[in-house]
Design a protein around this ligand. Structure first.
Ligand SMILES: *[C@@H]1O[C@H](CO)[C@@H](O)[C@H](O)[C@H]1NC(C)=O
Ligand SMILES: *[C@@H]1O[C@H](CO)[C@@H](O)[C@H](O)[C@H]1NC(C)=O
Ligand SMILES: *[C@@H]1O[C@H](CO)[C@@H](O)[C@H](O)[C@H]1NC(C)=O
Ligand SMILES: *[C@@H]1O[C@H](CO)[C@@H](O)[C@H](O)[C@H]1NC(C)=O
Ligand SMILES: *[C@@H]1O[C@H](CO)[C@@H](O)[C@H](O)[C@H]1NC(C)=O
Ligand SMILES: *[C@@H]1O[C@H](CO)[C@@H](O)[C@H](O)[C@H]1NC(C)=O
Ligand SMILES: *[C@@H]1O[C@H](CO)[C@@H](O)[C@H](O)[C@H]1NC(C)=O
Ligand SMILES: *[C@@H]1O[C@H](CO)[C@@H](O)[C@H](O)[C@H]1NC(C)=O
Length: 408
């Protein structure tokens, strides 16, 4: 993880492209699209067309359809020499990028009635998944790994969406200058505004709890910093501010073009080479799982339904994080004790004399004015929290925080 760079002047360059509506023949979603949500909720899935402007990093010497050799060279430089990477592949100035994107979002309302219809949980998935991370089904026999199911049981409305380039959402060709973190943050910001304004399911939400996983937590954190009024509480799952584990994540994950790894799912669907996934179920295991605390079904499902991330996202992920000095709501961090990318597999490995008891607690440094800051570290759990045996217990704890956040 690299440090956020200082904001540079924007050049005013615009990229124009028209959004294409989802074409079912190009479906690469990680879920059975006939399942809209869990059995205990009334859900509606819809395509939203969002007009998005963001101040993006400009890449150079890149090509979204470069061959595999060229793409791996970028990873190699990024992982070993950040200074060289920046010099070779990034321009010093940012550029304003404006496009309309088609994004698939799903709103779920508990069948037994919501505790309070003016409260919603806004769910943002991370790299390797789509919105089905929040409705995870290792096989078709149980819904106990579905966070949406657990939230619905507890009486909560949820909204989740497929990030740009995943699931049923549009997959722009430009995997560098378009699909990257500032674009994703602008999309998350627009959806949060829509939840507040009553533009989703005709429900107007007074209180929004932002909940992320991994890169989804990075965006939630950035949203709470840049637009503190859009969120009332924040829950960051699979997150910390310690970058040590990012390098083993990237190298051990063996990211390769999705079209090369799984042509049956990705070839001839308009997905460019620089959209990457783990090379095998075992490189997915390396990044997301802690043995032996998950079922084989969960691991296989995780890989068989894995969603690509663009190199643009992988190279810009953390530039959007910043100090959320104006965020005053409660903040809760939930990171598995053996999380690889955010704890380097030991969330208790703090330096000698540390003022904090564990690695995730350092997130507090980004929230000097939070009303309450708390951390939960599920035992025997890797980065893909929702895919471990501990998930149902973790959901109970997460929902206790949501109860607290919405009632105080
Ligand atoms: C891959 O692309 C690079 C850069 O265009 C080129 O130099 C190289 O020969 C290509 N390799 C193969 C195997 O096509
Ligand atoms: C970084 O760039 C310098 C100067 O161009 C070069 O000497 C060095 O080998 C490069 N290092 C890596 C790891 O690419
Ligand atoms: C789950 O059911 C869907 C159809 O509803 C099917 O396509 C899929 O293969 C099933 N998955 C498993 C793991 O049984
Ligand atoms: C529902 O939540 C809103 C805040 O979002 C609060 O103002 C209202 O009092 C709550 N209603 C009930 C019945 O608890
Ligand atoms: C679907 O795939 C075709 C063939 O690659 C491509 O031309 C088209 O743009 C794709 N549509 C979408 C919505 O991505
Ligand atoms: C960051 O993580 C590394 C690896 O676990 C650990 O050695 C170090 O003490 C951590 N630093 C902080 C400030 O948490
Ligand atoms: C965030 O801002 C506060 C108040 O300005 C400051 O005390 C704190 O050190 C900052 N945290 C980081 C990580 O920069
Ligand atoms: C802080 O938040 C936790 C939930 O994460 C809650 O149990 C605790 O009571 C809160 N503390 C205060 C002082 O409100």
């Amino acid at each position: 993880m690299r440090l956020a760079r200082t904001q540079l002047c924007l050049l005013g360059l615009a990229t124009a492209a028209t959004a294409v509506d989802f074409n079912p023949t190009n479906n690469t979603a990680g879920y059975d699209t006939s399942r809209i949500g869990p059995t205990n909720a009334n859900c509606q899935r819809q395509m939203y067309r969002l007009d998005i402007t963001s101040n993006n990093i400009q890449f150079q010497n890149v090509d979204s359809n470069a061959n595999q050799t060229y793409l791996i060279a970028l990873f190699q430089t990024f992982a070993t020499s950040m200074a060289n990477f920046t010099e070779m592949y990034e321009k010093p100035d940012k550029q304003s990028v404006h496009n309309t994107y088609s994004l698939s979002g799903t709103l779920c309302v508990p069948k037994n009635g919501a505790k309070n219809v003016s409260n919603v949980q806004f769910l943002l998935h991370g790299v390797g998944f789509d919105s089905s991370y929040w409705d995870f089904m290792p096989d078709n026999s149980t819904e106990e790994y579905s966070y949406v199911h657990a939230a619905s049981d507890a009486g909560y409305v949820t909204f989740r969406y497929d990030q740009l380039g995943t699931g049923l959402s549009e997959h722009p060709q430009d995997a560098y200058n378009v699909v990257q973190a500032p674009t994703d943050l602008a999309i998350a910001t627009k959806f949060a505004q829509m939840l507040r304004n009553g533009d989703i399911g005709n429900m107007k939400f007074n209180k929004v709890v932002g909940i992320g996983h991994s890169y989804g937590s990075v965006q939630t954190q950035a949203l709470s910093a840049a637009s503190p009024d859009l969120l009332d509480a924040v829950l960051l799952q699979g997150f910390s501010v310690n970058a040590t584990g990012q390098l083993p994540f990237l190298t051990g994950g063996d990211y390769q073009p999705a079209v090369a790894v799984a042509p049956d799912r990705f070839a001839d669907k308009g997905i460019s080479n620089a959209y990457v996934i783990n090379q095998s179920p075992y490189s997915n295991q390396f990044d997301f799982f802690y043995f032996p605390y998950f079922s084989d079904a969960a691991l296989q499902r995780s890989f068989q339904t894995e969603q690509p991330a663009t190199q643009g996202v992988l190279f810009t992920q953390t530039v959007i994080m910043q100090n959320a000095t104006n965020f005053k709501g409660p903040v809760h961090v939930v990171t598995g004790a053996q999380d690889l990318p955010f704890c380097d597999r030991d969330c208790y490995a703090v330096p000698p004399g540390s003022p904090y008891p564990n690695v995730p607690s350092y997130v507090k440094t980004l929230y000097p004015n939070a009303r309450n800051f708390s951390v939960y570290i599920p035992a025997n759990t890797g980065h893909g929290v929702n895919a471990h045996y501990s998930a149902p217990e973790t959901y109970k704890e997460m929902l206790q925080f949501v109860d607290y956040a919405l009632s105080s």
